[in-house]
Design a protein around this ligand. Structure first.
Ligand code: PLP
Length: 350
């Protein structure tokens, strides 16, 4: 019998499970950490008109470079140190693809965004997990991360971390950057929800790599845009294998306009932060353990019902959140959706 096609896939990929966020539709979707609000209608109309006027038959030859240049200007960094991608995840994959060889160690925090370990494992990396749990809380064990990094190619962490919300302090980030002898990737996808900015660390720490996205506070998850900020010499290596014209002209056009509107981000994140504290307070009043979060979501634990059962019960009431082995995670939505979540929670945890 001839070999089945799937048997030709790398041996490191065959045992993996697909990254699969739940896609069930729900009236109250609080499972993907998306922005609760869309872009303003007038901005969408203006951008739609400009997209219509474009010549769609041509390759976007300079569009990505222009977006990178705009981002570099907004951040005050060298454009040679900015790469743009279809979401920050594409750039994360690019960094791993360019740097990780089979058998290399990649250090991640546990729990953290499952994509880090998944993509590293696919390349044959040995994924080393450093636990964040300390008693009843989560925190970054900086010294343990540094110790684990000694034999590693890359330390890859998220701050704020998904799904715990744990956030590195500037002092911890500095300590980590100074102590890690290999590449240090920090995924800053949720940084706007706590005002975090590790860019100033780049100048003194050339092995630091930052990832940022348009998918969260910039309210453009559908756009698929993100960037990586790193040493120009590292970016130059990654450019050698980045696919040509990876970002569409449409994406670049919209992303470049969004960079000009920091006012939209400020208003949106202020509301999310306010709602995050309101929801956390209300949950604590119900006797629930809510972990400190610098992001647009909250991880919580309770002992009254098995988490999976509570997750299913909330879903039956139209509220979709995310279930993890360590607890449940709810995204901060519109005030009305947050109220719907709290009402369902009160009904299910009498
Ligand atoms: C930790 C983390 N990084 C990045 C992203 C976003 O990735 P992208 O920029 O590809 O949309 C997410 C989205 O859920 C995330 O949780």
């Amino acid at each position: 019998m001839s070999r089945p096609p799937e048997s030709f896939v790398r041996e490191t990929i065959r045992p993996l499970a697909a990254y699969a966020p739940p896609r069930d539709p729900a009236p109250v979707p609080l499972h993907l950490n998306e922005s609760p609000s869309d872009l303003p209608d007038d901005l969408k109309r203006e951008l739609s008109a400009r997209i219509e006027a474009m010549d769609w038959s041509k390759y976007p030859i300079t569009d990505g470079a222009r977006l990178a240049a705009d981002l570099a200007q907004a951040y005050g960094v060298d454009p040679a140190g900015v790469l743009v991608g279809n979401g920050s995840n594409e750039l994360l994959q690019l960094l791993l693809f360019a740097c990780v060889e089979p058998g290399d160690q990649v250090v991640v925090a546990s729990p953290s965004f499952s994509l880090y370990g998944l993509q590293a494992a696919a390349l044959g990396a040995r994924v080393v997990e450093v636990p964040l749990r300390a008693g009843n809380e989560f925190r970054f064990p900086v010294q343990a991360l540094i110790a684990a990094s000694r034999e590693a190619k890359l330390v890859l962490i998220g701050s704020p971390n998904n799904p715990t919300g744990t956030t590195l302090t500037p002092a911890q980030a500095e300590e980590l950057a100074a102590g890690v002898p290999c590449l240090l990737g920090i995924d800053e996808a949720y940084r706007d929800f706590c005002g975090q900015d590790f860019l100033p660390l780049l100048a003194g720490n050339p092995r630091l790599v930052l990832f940022r996205t348009f998918s969260k506070a910039l309210a453009a998850a559908s756009l698929r845009a993100g960037c990586m900020i790193a040493a120009p010499a590292l970016c130059a290596e990654l450019r050698k294998i980045q696919l040509p014209y990876n970002l569409s002209a449409l994406t670049c056009l919209v992303a470049r306009e969004l960079i000009k509107r920091p006012d939209l981000v400020a208003g949106r994140t202020a509301l999310v932060r306010e709602e995050r504290e309101r929801v956390a307070r209300a949950m604590r009043e119900l006797g629930i353990t809510v972990h400190a979060s610098g992001a647009n979501f909250l991880l919580f634990e309770q002992t009254r019902r098995p988490p999976q059962e509570l997750h299913a019960a909330l879903f039956r009431r139209g509220v979709l959140i995310r279930s993890y082995p360590i607890g449940l995670r709810v995204s901060i939505g519109t005030p009305a959706n947050n109220d719907a979540f709290l009402a369902a929670l009160r009904a299910e945890l009498p």
